[in-house]
Design a protein around this ligand. Sequence first.
Ligand code: HEC
Length: 172
Amino acid sequence: MIVRHLVLLGAFAVGLGSCQQPEVKISAATDQPHVAAASDIEVGRYLVLVSGCNDCHTAGYAVGDGRTPEADWLKGAAEGFYGPWGTSYPQNLRRTVAGMSEDDWVEMLNTRAGLPPMPWPSVRAMAETDKRALYRYIKSLPFDGDPAPAALPPGQVPTTAWVDMTPKGPGA
Ligand code: HEC
């Protein structure tokens, strides 16, 4: 009896597999929201969380395994990334959005070719709705924190803490 049930179950599963394939839609449309959430702000929060913005723009986030409280997210970091491009600092994004309109933010993410290791190509590839959701989330955070230091030209040794991203070793 048990065996018969199992066989029946197996046949049912095969039947499902052959004629009832779940419909999977993969769309590259950039005018549709890619994440469903209660509000644009929630979408933006989710995008910040999964696309790694905190790794650089929140001091201590990556090394602390993401335990930094949200109250401290995206306030920038005073530790520079030193490489062939000079030294770049992840800005305080709360200040960035305070100083620009949503349309200017979208324009900046679309067009800016800034310094590494900021993933400019990745944010550029985001759908416009996602770019707007990012802005709305960051704008919903209280204005707080100091500005990050200004970028330095190649070769200038920073006076802040810095991470050396200069390629080294064989083949560098
Ligand atoms: C690997 C580190 C890193 C990650 C991850 C990262 N950033 Fe950045 N970000 C930087 C650095 C460094 C700069 C400064 C780059 C420059 O001067 O061009 C920067 C600059 C920016 C700026 C310009 C701010 C201003 O005031 O000029 C924006 C906006 C920004 N990042 C948004 C984001 C968003 C949104 C995410 C997540 C999707 C993100 N960043 C992820 C490192 C990072």
